[in-house]
Write a protein that binds this ligand. Structure first.
Ligand code: SF4
Length: 278
């Protein structure tokens, strides 16, 4: 089902980084709402979603003035200190509507001029590769983080049926790496996967972050419980995976194919990398 899409004028575009993202001075969401509508998305339980009539995933607001705002707000923010930006915390900047709007692309162009100290670009869409020409210009002041929760399409279709296929995400990571753009695979949240998953990741990336529903939901797993994710595991005979120890099994396998300093766990994988001076 296609989401309902509206253009809106936003009052501001940079939001103070807090909670899980307190390592950033700001977060930046070019859109409100997200057409990927992942079952486990915590934004479902946030006021922005609860106050809407439509279900999460069924609506997207385009912040049409986002680029103008960022040009004004970054210089102002810089007067108060370093500007490190997490894009995006409650939407995907490369969801399908971005094909038409080029809003995220416009923001990347504007931010090259305004030059934040660091930009963390979180997505699960291969569309990010469209903007390789701009991403290159950020040099080491950017990290693209591509979510790859599993290597199994059958599992993706249970938990995130509207999100891009896994093979296309792995290919995008490989392409970004080959173009010299700092990139990581974010196995976050970890979903049931095959024995070969670590090897498939090692073929495309030198850095990865592993997170799960218990470490990464900011409440020790309570928010995930409220979303009813346990039921999805049970209905599909995946109970063994809904366990706070499950990630350790995958971590051990990852350690066999990645060096220790290439693996980040939970929050540390979403911080500005060491050496970025943020
Ligand atoms: S892509 Fe991210 S923001 Fe969008 S629904 Fe999935 S988890 Fe939520």
């Amino acid at each position: 089902m296609k989401p309902s899409i509206e253009s809106k004028t936003a009052r501001s575009i940079l939001t103070k980084g807090t909670g899980f993202l307190h390592g950033y001075s700001h977060t930046l969401n070019p859109y409100a709402g997200c057409a990927f509508g992942c079952s486990y998305c915590y934004v479902r339980r946030m006021p922005i979603s609860l106050f809407r009539e439509e279900d999460w995933g069924a609506w997207v607001d385009i912040k049409e003035n986002a680029t103008d705002l960022v040009k004004k707000e970054i210089p102002k923010a810089r007067k108060k200190g370093r500007v490190s930006i997490f894009m995006s915390s409650s939407t995907d900047p490369y969801q399908p509507v971005e094909h038409k709007t080029h809003l995220t692309r416009g923001l990347l162009e504007a931010m090259i001029e305004e030059s934040p100290d660091f930009l963390f670009l979180q997505t699960r869409s291969p569309l990010v590769t469209r903007d390789i020409d701009l991403l290159k210009q950020y040099k080491n002041k950017i990290l693209v983080s591509m979510t790859v929760e599993t290597d199994l399409e059958s599992i993706r279709k249970i938990f995130a049926p509207s999100a891009p296929p896994i093979h296309a995400r792995l290919k995008a990571i490989q392409q970004l790496r080959s173009e010299g753009i700092p990139v990581q695979a974010a196995v976050a949240p970890l979903l049931p996967c095959s024995e070969q998953f670590p090897l498939k990741l090692a073929e495309v990336t030198d850095r990865l972050t592993l997170d799960d529903f218990f470490m990464g939901d900011g409440s020790g797993g309570k928010r995930t419980e409220q979303l009813g994710i346990r039921k999805l595991f049970e209905e599909n005979g995946l109970n063994d995976w809904y366990d706070r120890e499950a990630y350790l099994k995958i971590k051990r396998r990852l350690q066999e194919v990645f060096s220790e300093n290439a693996i980040y766990i939970s929050q540390e994988g979403f911080y500005p990398p060491k050496g970025s001076d943020c």
